[in-house]
Design a protein around this ligand. Structure first.
Ligand code: FAS
Ligand code: PHB
Length: 396
């Protein structure tokens, strides 16, 4: 079998890239090791930047997102028993974010790909990437017990943090930067109405909490927990009880609890691979970087990687120019590092780091106090949270 672009991974990165390529008449085959249902069962991101919303529209899959997504002009930060609203809309000249679950976004992309009859091989096992340092790369995989080969012009490594593509890059050519945080996020999804119209980020003496949502009837909550915690130790009642201890009276009065639809603990890390290109193989999304979810950047960074990569591939096929693919890594990494920094910084000010001693808590309180009473402090949070412009920092 032959195609122009072999896409490894049917998560948001792979499916969005496949959709954009298809709309430009560029052939791609998506190889995914899991089933589609398994991919949809993973509960992850919830907040879209305008850049991601625009990309979904460019890919022609934005209809349900606009119908069901919730526009948020701000969010609350709760610490020291005080609630402060970050009015993103006012601080960024009218920008907002949209609450629309990654599961829904992935489903929209999956459905569009299937409706267009575009090739996706689910349950493709033992995917291997070959000769990506030549102009004739290829991919091998096993499907229904049969070894298959897919010849291509390019390989898009959209296979996430544990994928095969980054692992196949020559060690001498790759640099990895990593910071692992001394805690995880325990997430719970429930069919209960959200506790507030917008999100609430909490820094309480017992640790971080986040009150998020998926719709007017479905909520998503997170608690900072020690890395040693096991999900089976957390009953629903224990979760709700701990959440209540971290919220203020107003939220506690409004909180409606209910059975969990999903509960999981995710570790937090900052991770970046440099470069993101190895000959004819490119890394995009979690395959190339990971952010702590505090800044709601993971999915949005994946989307902008895909935008840069799609632009480069389209330029290659339409204008026979390699300028775009040559610049992919540099362009994507500039945006990635800005989002990594914001996600690290927002994690630092909103979580408890008991090992850093009491003075660290004093610094944190002083920083939060300053930020909430300074328009430029609030603006720095707002402009990073809504997402920096795609051309941020580029020469005028
Ligand atoms: P993904 O990991 O989503 O997709 C990669 C795909 O490649 C998967 O379907 C995988 O099965 C497949 N694959 C892997 N290896 C393969 C192989 N060898 N062959 C074929 N296929 C292979 N981001 C936020 O913004 N907010 C959040 O709250 C948030 N929570 C998260 C919680 C968890 C537990 C995790 C892991 C991530 C979370 N993220 C969050 C980040 C997440 O949303 C990612 O940024 C997003 O899934 C990135 O999408 P992809 O790059 O497509 O990677
Ligand atoms: C979510 O709704 O899953 C979510 C929202 C904002 C974050 C992280 C996760 O910062």
């Amino acid at each position: 079998m032959r195609t122009q672009v072999a896409i490894i991974g049917a998560g948001p990165s792979g499916l969005l890239l496949g959709q954009l390529l298809a709309k430009s008449g560029i052939d791609a085959v998506v190889l995914e090791r899991q089933t589609g249902d398994y991919v949809l069962s993973r509960i992850r991101a919830g907040v879209l930047e305008q850049v991601s919303i625009d990309l979904m529209d460019e890919a022609g899959v934005g209809e349900r997102m606009h119908k069901e997504g919730l526009i948020h002009g701000g969010f609350d930060m709760l610490f020291g028993g005080q609630r402060h609203r970050v009015n993103m809309n006012a601080l960024t000249g009218g920008k907002n974010v949209m609450v629309y679950g990654q599961t829904e976004l992935t489903k929209d992309l999956m459905d569009a790909r299937a409706a267009a009859g575009l090739p996706t091989v689910y349950e493709a096992s033992n995917v291997q990437v070959h000769d990506f340092d030549t102009t004739a790369p290829y991919v091998t995989y096993v499907k229904d017990g049969q070894e298959q080969r897919l010849d291509c012009d390019f390989i898009a490594g959209c296979d996430g943090f544990h994928g095969v593509c980054r692992a196949s890059a020559p060690r001498s050519a790759i640099k990895e930067f990593e910071k692992v945080y001394p805690f995880g996020w325990l997430g719970l999804l429930s069919d209960t109405p959200p506790v507030h119209e917008e999100l609430i980020y909490v820094n309480s003496p017992r640790g971080f909490a986040l009150c998020s949502q998926r719709s007017k009837t479905r909520s998503r909550y997170y608690l900072q927990v020690p890395l040693t915690d096991k999900i089976e130790e957390w009953t629903d009642d224990a979760f709700w009880q701990e959440l209540r201890l971290r919220l203020d009276d107003e939220a506690n009065e409004r909180l409606i609890t209910g059975p969990s639809l999903e509960k999981s603990i995710a570790p937090l890390r900052s991770f970046v691979t440099e470069p993101l290109r190895f000959g004819r193989m490119f890394l995009a999304g979690d395959a190339g970087h990971i952010v702590p979810p505090t800044g709601a950047k993971g999915l949005n960074l994946a989307a902008t990687d895909v935008k840069y990569l799609f632009n480069g591939l389209r330029e290659y096929y339409e204008e026979k120019s390699e300028a775009g693919i040559d610049r992919y890594s540099e362009l994507a990494l500039a945006r990635i590092w800005r989002a990594e920094r914001f996600s690290w910084w927002f994690t630092q000010i909103m979580h408890r780091f008991p090992d850093d001693g009491p003075i660290a808590e004093k610094f944190q309180n002083a920083e939060l106090d300053y930020l909430m009473h300074s328009e430029s402090g609030l603006r720095t949070i707002a402009e990073n949270y809504v997402g920096l412009p795609l051309d941020f920092g580029q020469q005028a």
